[in-house]
Design a protein around this ligand. Sequence first.
Ligand SMILES: NC(=O)c1ccc[n+]([C@@H]2O[C@H](COP(=O)([O-])OP(=O)(O)OC[C@H]3O[C@@H](n4cnc5c(N)ncnc54)[C@H](OP(=O)(O)O)[C@@H]3O)[C@@H](O)[C@H]2O)c1
Length: 257
Amino acid sequence: MRVAVAGGTGVVGRHVVTALQQAGHEPVVLSRSRGVDLTGGPAAVDAVAKTLAGCAAVVDVASVETLSGSVSKRFFRSVTQTLLTAERSAGVPHHVALSIIGAAEAPAAYYAGKALQEQLVEESGTGWSILRATQFHEFAAQLAGRGKPGRLRIVPAMTSQPVAAAEVGAALAGIAVGEPRGRAGDIAGPRVEDMPTLVRRYLAAIGDGGRVLAVPLPGRWGRALRDGTLLAGPAARLGTQTFDAWLTEVERVPSAE
Ligand SMILES: NC(=O)c1ccc[n+]([C@@H]2O[C@H](COP(=O)([O-])OP(=O)(O)OC[C@H]3O[C@@H](n4cnc5c(N)ncnc54)[C@H](OP(=O)(O)O)[C@@H]3O)[C@@H](O)[C@H]2O)c1
């Protein structure tokens, strides 16, 4: 089965691609580094539709790195509308989106775009599936990567239940090759963790001497990061790989000498 993966070069996207290949399917990656900018507006739709010819599904795991609600909304509106329009034109019957547990309950900052993405997909009239996940183990690395090596990192105070991106990628690949499910449930990791502590442990594991300052963010969104809004409910599917187990696979940064 031919399946397009928007954002197939990203943290979770590359696992979706691998899982599809391992199951004998044919992934088609859409990303800027592969020559496709999904924020190109109506001008981009024809080229995307041509790439989608013969696809049974599109998995959207494209993302933008921002804390701005308006930037996030602009990105997810543009990518979602471009994909949905191109899918209609190419006759692709199934759109799969990955969202975040708690984003619709705290639709501010980056989550404002995720809440909008969910709404656009649900109202699209096409066959759709939405899987919601918690933060990936790799999110600690993404937060750490925002600072200079060896320097102080400012990290939001946050309670999370991180899951392996590989397990989320495999779940998305499985959903994409089946019938549209609508709400496809939630997926989370096996343990509740304190995110600044995970960033500290990640930095130690890669041999980066940087310290971490946990900062409680203000407002309803900041509270949601801390108060359990982002944690899985009782019906969620739980992944098996712990953050500790994932950390053993992380490579130390080679020393400068
Ligand atoms: N990170 C987490 O902890 C987490 C947790 C739950 C859900 N999610 C969701 O999972 C999805 C993927 O997140 P991620 O962390 O894996 O993202 P990521 O590593 O930042 O990767 C983003 C992907 O999007 C592509 N992309 C960015 N801008 C694009 C554009 N204008 N046109 C086409 N492709 C573009 C990038 O490739 P190019 O740079 O080559 O364009 C890359 O392949 C997002 O929807 C996110 O909300 C993330």
